[in-house]
Design a protein around this ligand. Sequence first.
Ligand code: HEC
Length: 165
Amino acid sequence: MKAFSRAASQMFAVLLLLGVCFSPIALTAADLEKGEANYRKCKACHQVADGADLIVKGGRTGPNLFGIVGRAAGSVQGYKYSPDLKEAGERGLVWNEELLVEYVENPKAFLTNYLGKNARSRMSFRMKKSEDIIAYLASFNKLDVTTGEGIDGARPNATDDKALR
Ligand code: HEC
């Protein structure tokens, strides 16, 4: 019994390690579906549009989220960001999935932490555990490197500023 539980706990440690390596966001079809459904919480303020190609209709209070993964923070041309989000981008903040989950959980705290000063955010919305939503958003800019095509119907990433307007 003792030997068994040691083996079990070793196995658990390995699984934990694997989990850490592949975290934070493992893409499954179910996650993407959940993310698509949950994205309605963001829709009131954000659209997803590849240039003139409107992928997900939404409000314009917040910036276009097309290509957000891999994009510099505060970089949509013509959108009026808060000075603090703009500054974070200018200081080199580039969004990845992990950072996006953290930001959405508490934009003000995220910026305060990043900038090392009491920051303000214009995004008043907060949400915990947005991994599925972020995975859904990431699906719009997954490129197959061999063909240059989007994977599974996803759109290629924006290549010029016009596509982010
Ligand atoms: C009530 C309106 C509102 C809702 C709801 C909202 N946002 Fe925002 N969002 C904003 C505003 C406004 C900004 C600009 C923030 C700033 O300038 O400080 C923003 C900024 C962002 C940014 C930074 C974009 C960039 O270009 O750097 C991300 C990422 C983001 N929102 C994701 C989300 C996600 C994901 C959701 C849903 C879970 C969501 N938002 C829900 C209003 C909203």
